[in-house]
Design a protein around this ligand. Structure first.
Ligand code: EPZ
Length: 433
């Protein structure tokens, strides 16, 4: 009886019921990039004038960021995929710990708050399931720019000594190409006196997108997207109209893998191919044909063969697509070796894939995946945003109906994933428990 109770408990949690084995077809639309939109929203703190973003995805993380920015006194209005942000009445308060802890990108607001107001108090973002996620590089960069930074009782307090309330340009070398640290330092340096450089900068497209918005606001940034970024400080920044967020390369990669795991020919758009070159190469290596068509890509999977991946900072294979790719490799021919080099604890989806019959041996953060012909349905849980996406992919290909819970993670990063997949032929129903 206990087993039945446990199983029924599983089914009661909010979940997606995914009936596997259906081919996908048509076009899967990609939304604006979560990891760009979130940081672009914090950049609006740097000016009193309106900043208008479009192509903003409808995600719980975006709603969370709106709340955090409003708690700082920013006026935020949303109409469809457009968000208008006006920071002309900042109240100098500290964003609430529980919000910062759940939304890491809000910590990056310490850079623009410091640059704009001359002081900032932001709670330390906790670690999360995938790793400790320190912010040492962010703090080192702010100190190099002349800020006094104190970390006490879980709160980071930063201020600019003296009367001028302006940071000083500096030459900064990052120990690791941290995306968040690069973005935090960029947003602090744009209003500093003099020139700053960031060496060993993160090269992710989202960093480039942030520099694009800041330059549209009057900043003078060169080299974003490469390892050396130069920022010439300016006196102030003006607003920006109609800045469009780049397409989400991680969502696009997830959808391409959904096509591959269901052996479906699918069009995914919009996609900027150079934002995904390492991923596209691995999809070709494992037997998929990829053609550029209009503003997107058409994928035609062949007989999926096992290939190895190692996650790296951009332009290497992105850690955020490691779990979805492992789901694909679980049904490939042969054995693949998947090494996670960015986070120390990002293999929690292995156990859930094993519940569906995947044959995976884990050695630290290296998984040896022996492909099986067919996964079987089971109640499974996504432990983080991308692990949840991996379970959806596994459910699309498995025999039977898979219940995927952990939807609060999924809804953080995927804009209406079941509606998008269902519109292309998937059989998915959301049960709110
Ligand atoms: C961004 O996180 C993304 N989040 C993450 O996406 C993504 O996985 C990550 O970049 C890497 O691409 C947002 O942009 C909101 P990092 P971020 O600082 O900036 C180490 C998702 O699923 N590190 O580049 O926090 C750190 O421990 C999320 O959408 C230091 O050692 O990532 C980690 O191992 C998950 N010291 C590695 O760098 C530091 O001071 C990458 O971290 C900072 C980071």
């Amino acid at each position: 009886m206990v087993v039945v109770a446990a199983a029924s408990q599983e089914i009661l949690k909010p979940h997606l019921a995914i009936e596997g084995g259906h081919a996908l077809g048509g076009t899967l639309r990609v939304s604006g990039a979560k990891n760009s939109a979130l940081v672009l929203m914090t950049a609006a703190l740097l000016t009193q004038e309106p900043v208008e973003l479009c192509n903003v995805p409808a995600l719980t993380d975006i709603a969370g960021m709106c709340s955090i920015l409003e708690s700082l006194g920013m006026r935020v209005s949303r109409r469809g995929d457009r968000i208008t942000l006006v920071a002309d009445q900042l109240n100098g308060s500290e964003p609430p710990y529980e919000l910062v802890n759940s939304l890491r990108a809000s910590f990056f607001s310490i850079g623009p708050l410091l640059g704009r107001l001359g002081h900032a108090r932001v709670p330390l973002p906790g670690g999360c399931r995938i790793g400790a996620r320190p912010v040492v590089e962010h703090i080192k960069g702010l100190k190099a720019l002349g800020a006094v930074v104190d970390v006490r009782h879980g709160v980071v307090t930063a201020s600019i000594p003296g009367q001028r309330n302006r940071l000083k340009g500096a030459q900064i070398v990052l120990d690791c190409p941290s995306v968040g640290a690069t973005e935090t330092i960029l947003m602090a340096a744009v209003l500093a006196d003099g020139v700053s450089t960031i060496e060993n900068a993160a090269q992710e497209p989202e960093v480039q997108d942030l520099a694009g918005l800041l330059n549209s606001m009057g900043a003078k940034i060169k080299g974003a997207g490469g390892p050396l970024i130069t920022i010439e400080g300016v006196a102030s920044l003006h607003g920006s109209r109609n800045y469009s967020v780049i397409p989400d390369r991680i969502e696009a990669g997830t959808f391409l893998m959904a096509a591959a795991i269901t052996r479906s020919r699918l069009h995914v758009a919009p996609v900027i191919p150079e934002h995904l070159s390492a991923v596209l190469q691995k999809l070709r290596d494992c037997g998929c044909k990829l053609e550029i068509e209009g503003d997107g890509l058409t994928i035609t999977p062949g007989d999926i063969q096992a290939v190895d991946i190692t996650t790296q900072p951009f332009p290497g294979f992105p850690t955020d697509l490691q779990a979805p790719f492992m789901a694909l490799m679980a049904t490939a021919k042969g054995t693949s070796v998947i090494s996670e080099k960015i986070y120390e604890n990002r293999m929690q989806h292995v156990g859930e894939l094993q519940r569906m019959g995947a044959s995976i041996r884990l050695d630290g953060s290296t998984a040896i995946v022996e492909g099986v012909p067919l996964l079987g349905s089971a109640p499974v849980t996504g432990s983080d945003l991308r692990a949840s996406a991996a379970m959806v992919l596994a459910g699309l290909s498995a025999s039977g109906t898979t219940q995927v819970s952990g939807l609060k993670h999924l809804d953080r990063g995927y804009d209406n994933i079941e509606a998008k997949l269902t519109s292309c032929g998937a059989q998915i129903n959301r049960h709110n428990g």
